[in-house]
Design a protein around this ligand. Sequence first.
Ligand SMILES: NC(=O)c1ccc[n+]([C@@H]2O[C@H](COP(=O)([O-])OP(=O)(O)OC[C@H]3O[C@@H](n4cnc5c(N)ncnc54)[C@H](OP(=O)(O)O)[C@@H]3O)[C@@H](O)[C@H]2O)c1
Length: 316
Amino acid sequence: MSDRKIIAVVGATGAQGGGLVQAILKDAQGGFAVRAITRDASSAKAQALAQRGAQVVAADLNDEASLVKALAGVHGAYFVTNFWEHFSPEKEQAHARNLVAAAKHAGLKHVIWSTLEDTRKWVPLSDDRMPTLMGKFKVPHFDAKGEANAYFTAAGVPTTFLLTSFYWDNLIHFGMGPKPGPEGRLAFTLPMADRKLAGIAAEDIGKCAYGIFRKGAETIGKTIGIAGEHLTGAQMAAALAKALGREVVYNAVTPEQYRGFGFPGAEDLGNMFQFYSEFEDYFCGARSLDVSRALNPELQSFSDWLARNGQRIPLA
Ligand SMILES: NC(=O)c1ccc[n+]([C@@H]2O[C@H](COP(=O)([O-])OP(=O)(O)OC[C@H]3O[C@@H](n4cnc5c(N)ncnc54)[C@H](OP(=O)(O)O)[C@@H]3O)[C@@H](O)[C@H]2O)c1
């Protein structure tokens, strides 16, 4: 263990970090050990990671001192913040600041910051194609992360900026799967007309991150975008129909209709899909499938993901 480089993983009990923890544990000869960071080291998920061989250390993104302790002695770290727990871009940025300060204090050699675009660089607040949200954002959960990139650069933390994609797992966990329509057919709703969505199996984010740690120094200072496939809503509906053995139609609503759906975060997501769709060339271009596959040779397509997970999608 002592000659292995330790990677600390924030969000180790979650989707992104969990994939990275599993990738490191699975590659016993890979030269890395893993430290899982969680707020509750006694939780069932944390205990399961400990049983598989991860060091489990308690820390809270709200508490810089706890992060400093948790990062002591590690080579590198994976940092992700969870907007959806509090819906506050300011809080997400405070978490990023604490992570940067702790990384600096611990003298980390390599950080991966799980980030997204600051969409205001493409759609300034004055552009009324989509509403400004929370006073100063277009897509709050994107913009907060993108703006926080500069904290890492300004502090001189050796960072790889990882641009993630839409998880297909949202069809299971985020209520985005197909739903029965009036004629009993399943309808898959996205506000993306005929544009392509860059999607990925959530666990592949962690596997790609592992590939980045393995590459090491050459990735520092770079922005790397990842996706498993770029598909239109119609193509996703067709793949769903094949996997589920039922008719699935693509229900292409407008971003405005989507923003009006009323669930928590609907406006943020409506703006996000509008951004994906109106800047499709940029967005998919920044998330190369070849780069993703080189980092993670097990990269799943949507059909691969459906073959393993399709039956877990709630259809009611
Ligand atoms: N859904 C998507 O399609 C998508 C796509 C791209 C990016 N994202 C971004 O992904 C982020 C969420 O990541 P995820 O999906 O991997 O999360 P997740 O599966 O919901 O799990 C959240 C993780 O964050 C940890 N966490 C939350 N608050 C914490 C705190 N205060 N201190 C320490 N750890 C904390 C939790 O650890 P414990 O509970 O064990 O403490 C847990 O491991 C969001 O910001 C979202 O914007 C999502």
